[in-house]
Write a protein that binds this ligand. Structure first.
Ligand code: COA
Length: 249
């Protein structure tokens, strides 16, 4: 199991930290597997009432490891990333995110699956799929227009423009902007408040709020089909290679 995903218990909350700061918490296959395992642990343990997700060192996540995208080959369907996305979409307990700094790709799209999102003033969301020659994932092609309206979904997905915490609040992606020194405690307090609600009523209400899971699943299947083609295209491979070879700093 990857040590780059840290888990700890705080009362009835499972706290999960994405901790690969040297690579801006970019997610590798092993990290997705560890995330999937953490979500399964939270789902299967009666004592856990909510899961809280954050990134280490002032960064949420730079998204999928782009080197892993290059290595993905023909196995997108069974890739750890896709398995995590399915686990995330089907997760049956409240999910809270504390977002600081970059939240790119899946860093933004997983927020659609959260019940509560708290953002630091420096949070920076972006879904640069099209710019990288690939297509949206995690149901974001359905959930972004539902949440933002078509015009703004097109702006943030088709153009891949980034947006900050005030826009995330305005778009209904974030619940509040919280100063970095209070962010984790605030999110934890809210996760604990969710975990303390009457469990059956909470989980049933959450299912009602989310609507028909079959619609989301069908869209994710279609995204995955298109993603599998796009990720191996010359345009995508050129974009991934350009990022990996770019001087950084
Ligand atoms: N995959 C692989 N490595 C990544 C990464 C990613 N998604 N994001 C960052 N890194 C690595 C960089 O290659 C660099 O590694 P190096 O020190 O060995 O050269 C290190 O993390 C630091 O990144 P750097 O770009 O120098 O930091 P920055 O503060 O200037 O910029 C980001 C931070 C997150 C804005 C920038 O790294 C970025 O845009 N990352 C790619 C995001 C992305 O497109 N993700 C895919 C979404 S589908």
């Amino acid at each position: 199991m990857s040590e780059l995903i840290e888990t700890s218990r705080n009362g009835a909350v499972l706290c999960v930290v994405i901790a690969r700061p040297a690579k801006k918490n970019a997610l590798t296959g092993a990290m997705y597997q560890a995330l999937t395992a953490a979500f399964a642990q939270a789902s299967g343990d009666e004592a856990i009432g909510a899961l809280l997700l954050r990134g280490a060192d002032g960064v949420f996540t730079a998204g999928n490891d782009i080197g892993d995208f290059l290595a993905l080959g023909g196995h997108t369907e069974t890739s750890p990333g896709m398995q995590f996305i399915r686990t995330l979409a089907a997760f049956d307990k409240p999910l809270v995110a504390a977002v600081e700094g970059p939240a790119i790709g899946i860093g933004t799209t997983l927020c659609f699956h959260c019940d509560l999102v708290y953002a630091a003033p420096n949070a920076r969301f972006q879904m640069p799929f099209v710019s990288l020659g690939i297509v949206p994932e995690a149901g974001s092609s359905l959930l972004a227009p539902q949440r933002f309206g078509y015009a703004r979904a097109a702006q943030y997905i088709l153009l891949g423009e980034s947006f900050g915490a005030p826009a995330a609040l305005d778009l209904g992606l974030a619940n509040a902007i919280v100063e970095p020194w209070q962010l984790y405690d605030h999110a934890l307090e809210k996760a604990q408040a969710l975990a303390a609600q009457p469990r059956d009523a909470l989980l049933a209400s959450r299912r009602l709020l989310r609507g028909d899971p079959a619609i989301l699943k069908a869209r994710m299947d279609e995204e995955l089909r298109l993603f599998g083609e796009a990720v191996r295209s010359p345009q995508a491979r050129a974009a991934f290679t350009a990022f990996m070879q770019k001087p950084k700093g």
